[in-house]
Design a binder for this molecule. Structure first.
Ligand code: ATP
Length: 881
């Protein structure tokens, strides 16, 4: 059936539906029949494919080759090939862990998408209800308004100046005016999609007005479903840090190659000098050294640790109402310097109550306001709808004018919907005597400009300048008390106007009065603003409301000290870009702004090199949200358009949530850096130890040993560091500079220094072991030495992870225990001792059973890292002062 060629009644009949909507039961039945209203997702990568993906990594391939070569030589020499098996086991464990963590991270992101899933307003069982768009079925009646994404294909049954942008389907970006009339073919065979003005399609967005439509197709049956056979899975971008880490791995690989060449040259010279000759054994030894170095230098566990910490952080943030939509936002949040926030609902509670009227006829004003609203009373006579309008409907009810009765008496016959550019809306009604009357409500400054008359003693009188001045000063007085003020007006018509464009309706109005409503500030925002200041972040209020209202509220919240820090959109228009660049720092409140001003403010601050977060809820806020570094959408009041482009969505619309997300962003970045420093210092120590040992002509550790440390015993403390709580001064420091690299703040030095200390301890342990075994100080291979070096190196890492809880602070002043770290310590300790002390394992790892003496010495050397680092940090703190 071509619904656009059929009238509304027939379409409803065909869909077995009516204006009252479907019953819940029927909807459930149809959901079974038609399936969920969503596009098919692209094929998921199978677990096995993922596993192969983990193995297809140059590092892992080298290891597999090493295992094979080691295995073959063992067989040729008639030795047990334990080493080959251990390498393979570690490689497999690593790949399995990789698959598990990747799926976990993916699940976390999927769960977030669930939270942020689109909802639709429908009529079910005769009542308006909000359901998940996935549950829509053919026959459902959906309510659409500006900012909504059209959730399915549907036939329009009511359109109040509704305009829909269908670029995704037709490529045409000019919005289409929607109507409910039947289209005719005019001799053509069919009407092309772009001309079907009485239909709306999934994938398009309502940009103006409002309307209702009956769903005709869902899911893959929609036009969108026909185009996009399968929605490719949105792949999450890598964060800047992950990109930098990948680059680092490449640099490290090149470094390894260079070191290998040096070692090869040295070995070659040694072979010539000692006359051992260059044979197969020589080649094998050199190859194994190269493998050792590669294993030593590359932080195999790092990428996994970073991904896990990021995805756990994201989950934690969503528990605190900040739903991250783009992983990159987590890092950027920590650098945020400016937070631009809407006033209504974000800084205030968006719970409005009318507390003040002015004008000659309170009841008429209240009636006009209630009729010119889309809010309605529910069964308990509480108004439901947009908070401003709900307040007005409640106000009328209190004055004995219930909306339902008003609507019966004055049915609506036309309208010009609200939009935040005009800052007003109008509705047209038929009175019981057949007269036509229009009511307009909106921002007083805008409405008053269009008034030529005023209501006095029950009649319209010409509006003189003196009265106009009086009204303006009443408005200012109310606004100065932090009230949100709306102006009501009326206009009489002889018949329903044909042209219902706002420009035609909103002229020659008759002023009725002003309604002032309070919208209390959110109590937690005051503290959040203070926290921002201490953290070097500047909060900025941007609002469509009157300047005096904005100033009064901003002062209450501590955003500004006085009105000189506030500016209106109109004043902003007078300022050139150059002047704005120099003056931007003077302003923290922008009032009576239009959406395009928001873009200008974001760009202004970005030009100053600042990292800017910007909130937005309305249809026209998408550009400013996109241009901000962190675009913040509103979960409750936000439109689909803004949520879809946002980097983060606030489930509770609360400013304080942004601040806590910034704190969380700082914590996550701090912790990732701690884990990076910890792992890289360990790699540094391994490379240095292997390098010096090779130069001196002995083998300190085998590739399996290094692999074991990098992938098994180091991974647990690194993850535990990722779960550290925030350090106490985290919101007392300036924001991190977004241009800082991984090694900023002296981390490069720290890694080198800590690596060197660990190398000295490990080499020391080797020589002591060698001496205890042989009774002489000499530089040759030693099984005891190797065992002790392994023990020291593994354990030093575990103790050092405690040092890394704070990069500069003493660990004895930390005010809580990281239980994960203790757990990691225990686990690593058991595993390390296990491979040394359990004979079968020890043999496989080529370890020598060491006696208590040696065990304690190796441990002692490992523990020494704590006092060494405490002293170093104390010196670093002194130097900084
Ligand atoms: P914020 O930008 O902080 O969310 P806001 O709600 O004031 O604040 P807009 O929604 O852009 O911003 O509204 C701009 C102005 O339009 C308001 O200050 C008010 O004067 C007027 N206004 C808001 N809602 C309505 C409405 N439903 N009907 C008529 N006028 C309205």
């Amino acid at each position: 059936m071509k619904e656009y060629l059929t009238n509304v009644e027939e379409v409803l009949q065909e869909q077995k539906s009516n204006e009252e909507g479907l019953s819940t039961q029927e909807a459930e039945k149809r959901l079974q029949q038609y399936g969920a209203n969503k596009l098919k997702e692209g094929k998921k990568v199978s677990v096995f494919q993922r596993f192969l993906g983990e193995l297809a990594n140059p590092m892992i391939i080298i290891l597999i080759v090493a295992a094979v070569i080691s295995g073959i030589t063992s067989v040729l020499e008639g030795e047990p090939f334990a080493e080959a098996i251990i390498i393979m086991i570690v490689v497999i464990i690593n790949a399995v862990l990789g698959v598990v963590q990747e799926s976990k991270a993916e699940k976390a992101i999927e769960a977030l998408q669930e939270i942020a899933a689109a909802t639709s307003n429908v009529i079910r069982d005769g009542k308006q209800a909000s359901i998940r768009s996935e549950e829509l079925v053919p026959g459902d009646i959906v309510m659409l308004e500006a900012g909504d994404a059209v959730p399915a294909d549907a036939r329009i049954i009511e359109s109040a100046s509704m305009k829909i942008e269908e670029a995704a389907l037709t490529g045409e970006s000019v919005p289409v005016n929607k109507i409910c009339k039947v289209l005719n073919l005019d001799g053509a065979k069919d009407v092309p999609l772009g001309d079907r003005k009485n239909m709306c399609y999934m994938g398009s967005t309502v940009v103006y007005g409002r309307g209702r439509a009956v769903v005709t197709a869902t899911g893959m049956d929609t036009e969108m479903g026909k185009i996009a056979d399968a929605l490719s899975n949105a792949k999450d971008d890598e964060t800047p840090l992950q990109i930098k880490l990948n680059q680092l791995s490449k640099v490290l690989s090149i470094l390894v190659l260079i070191i290998c060449v040096v070692i090869f040259a040295v070995s070659l010279i040694r072979a010539q000098v000692t006359g051992t000759g260059i044979n197969g054994e020589f080649a094998l030894d050199t190859f194994m050294i190269a493998v050792s170095l590669a294993v030593a230098a590359i932080p195999e566990g790092l990428a996994a640790v970073v991904t896990i910490v990021l995805s756990m952080g994201v989950t934690k943030m969503s528990a605190k109402n900040a739903v991250i939509r783009k992983l990159t936002a987590v890092e950027t949040l920590g650098c945020t310097q400016i937070i631009c926030s809407d006033k209504t609902g974000t800084l205030t509670q968006n719970k409005m109550t009318v507390v003040h009227h002015s004008g000659s006829d309170e009841k008429r004003l209240a009636m006009a306001m209630a009729l010119c609203s889309d809010a309605n009373l529910d069964d308990e006579n509480n108004a439901v709808g947009e908070p401003t309008e709900a307040a007005l409907v409640n106000d009328a009810y209190k004055l004995g004018l219930p909306k339902s009765e008003l609507m019966e008496e004055y049915p609506r016959v036309g309208e010009a919907p609200f939009d935040s550019m005009r800052k007003m809306m109008s509705t047209i009604h038929r009175t019981s005597d057949g007269e036509i009357i229009q009511f307009t409500k909106g921002a007083p400054d805008e409405v008053l400009k269009r008034c030529t008359k005023f209501w006095s003693d029950g009649q319209e009188k010409p509006l003189d300048d003196k009265t106009r001045e009086e009204i303006i000063s009443q408005n200012r007085e109310m606004a100065g008390q932090a009230l949100r003020v709306l102006c009501g007006a009326q206009r009489s018509w002889d018949s329903i106007p044909d042209n219902q464009e706002p420009g035609n309706l909103e002229e020659e109005l008759c002023y009725l009065g002003l309604s002032g409503m309070i919208d209390p500030v959110r109590p937690e925002v005051q503290d959040a603003v203070k926290e921002c200041r201490e953290a070097g972040i500047r909060p900025i209020m941007i609002t469509g409301d009157h300047k005096d209202t904005a100033v009064a509220i901003a002062e209450q919240l501590g955003i500004i000290e006085d009105a000189s820090q506030a500016i209106t959109g109109a004043q902003l228009d007078e300022i050139s870009d150059e002047d704005f660049f120099t003056e931007i720092e003077n302003y923290s409140v922008y009032a009576r702004v239009q959406p395009e001003h928001k873009v200008r403010i974001v760009k202004g601050w970005k030009k100053k090199g600042m990292i800017v977060a910007m909130t937005g809820d309305g249809v026209n806020d998408a550009p400013s949200i996109k241009s901000a570094d962190i675009g913040v959408g509103m979960g409750i009041t936000g439109t689909d358009v803004t949520k879809n482009v946002a980097d983060m969505v606030l489930a509770d619309d609360n400013f304080a949530t942004i601040v806590s997300a910034v704190e969380e962003g700082r914590r996550i970045y701090d912790n990732i850096r701690k884990a990076i420093q910890f792992l890289l210092a360990s790699n540094m120590a391994e490379v240095l130890a292997v390098f010096f040992a090779t130069l001196m002509g002995f083998q300190i550790l085998k590739p399996v040993h290094l692999l074991w440390i990098n992938l098994i015993t180091d991974a647990f403390p690194a993850l535990a560091l990722g779960m550290e709580r925030a350090e106490s001064d985290i919101m007392k420091r300036e924001p991190r500079n977004s241009r800082d690299g991984i090694f900023a703040g002296g981390m490069g030095f720290d890694i080198g220094f800590q690596g060197a200390i660990v190398t000295i301890l490990t080499l020391g342990s080797y020589f002591i072991g060698h001496y205890i075994e042989s009774g002489v100080w000499e530089i040759t291979d030693s099984a005891d030495g190797m065992t002790m070096a392994f023990l020291t190196l593994s354990m030093v890492e575990i103790f050092h992870s405690f040092n890394m809880r704070s990069r500069r602070g003493s660990i004895f002043t930390m005010n809580y225990h990281n239980k994960w770290l203790w757990g990691a310590m225990l686990l690593s300790f058991v595993l390390t001792t296990g491979v040394i002390e359990i004979p079968a394992l020890a043999k496989a790892f080529s370890f020598q059973p060491i006696d208590w003496n040696e065990y304690l010495i190796a441990m002692g050397l490992a523990i020494a890292i704590i006092p060494i680092m405490e002293i170093t940090k104390a010196i670093q703190r002194k130097l900084k002062k």
